[in-house]
Design a protein around this ligand. Structure first.
Ligand SMILES: Cc1cc2nc3c(=O)[nH]c(=O)nc-3n(C[C@H](O)[C@H](O)[C@H](O)COP(=O)(O)O)c2cc1C
Length: 371
């Protein structure tokens, strides 16, 4: 837990300020669990530096940009702006209201929150905390298919509007810092989706979570899930055109470009570097989303110009939660929303449809100028 030296909200003016707050206030083990990446953290670092390798090409005086409309839809559901919250586990580590607070913040900002399987509150409690909010449920397909089916049916019953299937985790992975820190879930924290409950016949986490990942998972299972549930199915963790095409051929409704915030296989490319290839491969057959390394409004603008329907943030929401619960997450979303709005105005865009591919180029365009 944190907040022993809370800075005034006005001192936190960008997402990096929230990270700094977390660095100064969270205990070492929690901070490193949230902040670290896999192995040498090459991908973690590249997620940030890659965004800086793209340049914006603003056009002036073509449009009235007095008002900017950032509203859009994802999977047919309206959101006020295209910045949503990625699934991440264990929100109670930094705030007692955990995912309830995150869900309330997302709902009050009229955007989408994806709830992790590893949530510290149950998906039903999170749904009840923000009944009008838009939520997706993040899923791993377990070798125990009955457990998977049970989670999916619960998500359907409690009003989740999408299933976000994470495909980049065939095995449970431990980062170096977590190993050094001997990081374990504190005793007061439980995984809410696996509590034993007589009414719902929920699973006991200890019996089931070690069994959460299926190293034998294949695209056949993605087809099975698509048949099993009528919810839109979005596949998270796609990093190649080839897998994007596999996903589309399975009938998925969305492809989510992500390297899990640099927390899975190290040395994979930054998501933003993969986005154009995936968008080309998908060729408009479903929506494409992106996360990993989004920290500023210009990052969002670049991803939208390269073809993302919306972007998602992982750690920034956790840092906001650590700062001030629901209000902290809301403040992070507000900052990114207003940064995007300003970046749109400054580049000549009044609505999301005005954000065209030509708005962004790789820096190499300027390193070898055609004179
Ligand atoms: C602490 C933490 C826990 C996470 N847990 C999950 C998870 O349970 N399921 C999942 O699909 N992704 C998980 N992720 C990855 C996020 O969904 C997302 O891909 C990543 O955080 C995006 O990168 P960013 O943090 O740079 O925004 C987690 C990330 C963090 C930082």
């Amino acid at each position: 837990m944190c907040c022993n030296s809370k800075m005034a909200a006005t001192q936190l003016v960008c997402v990096d300020d929230f990270e700094k707050y977390a660095c100064d206030n969270l205990d070492k083990h929690t901070l490193e669990y949230y902040r670290s990446g896999a192995n040498e953290e090459q991908t973690l670092a590249d997620n940030r530096s890659a965004f800086k390798r793209y340049r914006l090409r603003p056009r002036f005086l073509h449009r009235d940009v007095t008002n900017r409309d950032m509203s859009t839809t994802i999977q047919g559901q309206p959101i006020d702006f295209p910045i949503c919250i990625s699934p991440s586990g264990l929100h109670k580590l930094v705030h007692p209201d955990g995912e309830l607070a995150t869900a309330r913040a997302a709902a009050s900002m009229k955007t989408c929150m994806a709830l992790s399987t590893g949530s510290t509150y149950s998906m039903e409690d999170v749904a009840n905390a923000a009944p009008h909010g838009l939520r997706w449920f993040q899923l791993y397909i377990s070798p125990d298919r009955e457990m998977t089916k049970h989670l999916v049916r619960r998500a359907e019953r409690s009003g989740y509007k999408g299933l976000l299937l994470t495909i980049d985790t065939p095995l449970s992975v431990r980062r170096l810092s977590d190993t050094k820190n001997k990081f374990v879930m504190p005793k007061h924290i439980r995984l809410g989706n696996f509590m034993v409950n007589e009414d719902t016949k929920d699973y006991d986490f200890n019996a089931s979570a070690s069994n959460l990942f299926d190293a034998a998972l294949s695209w056949k299972d993605v087809r099975w899930l698509k048949q099993f549930s009528s919810l839109p199915l979005i596949v998270k963790g796609v990093l190649t055109a080839e897998d994007a095409i596999e996903a589309v051929n399975c009938g998925v409704d969305g492809v989510f470009v992500s390297n899990h915030g640099g927390r899975r296989l190290d040395c994979v490319p930054a998501s933003i570097d993969v986005l154009a290839e995936v968008v080309r491969a998908v060729a408009g057959r479903c929506e494409v989303y992106l996360d990993s390394g989004v920290r500023t409004g210009t990052d969002v603008l670049k991803a939208l110009a390269l073809g993302a329907r919306a972007v998602f943030i992982g750690r920034p929401a956790l840092y906001g939660l650590a700062y001030d619960g629901e209000a902290g997450v809301r403040q992070v979303l507000e900052i990114l929303k207003s940064e995007l709005s300003l970046a749109m105005a400054l580049s000549g865009c009044a609505c999301l449809d005005d954000i065209k591919r030509e708005l962004v180029v790789h820096e190499s365009h300027y390193l070898r100028p055609k004179l």
